[in-house]
Design a protein around this ligand. Structure first.
Ligand code: SF4
Length: 69
């Protein structure tokens, strides 16, 4: 699973950083840092974070890694 955050939409509400602190991190007031590749154990949190984002800036992709079916 992969994530892309549309940083032009992101308003720095930090809902995502609150719900999935290992994946999203606020850097200062508005800059969001995130990890694009979501490990297995973080999927549910990331889904919640994406659902909670007030501006739907978090896009989820079910990318399958090469070799996996
Ligand atoms: S919840 Fe959405 S708007 Fe808020 S910091 Fe995360 S991506 Fe940005």
């Amino acid at each position: 699973m992969q994530i892309v955050v549309d940083l032009t939409r992101c308003q720095g509400y930090a809902q995502c950083a609150f719900l999935a602190p290992e994946m999203f991190e606020m850097h200062g007031e508005e800059a969001l840092l995130y990890h694009p590749a979501v490990p297995e154990g973080q999927r549910e949190r990331v889904r919640q974070a994406a659902a909670a984002c007030p501006v739907q800036a978090i896009l989820l992709g079910e990318e399958v890694s090469p070799g996996a079916r």
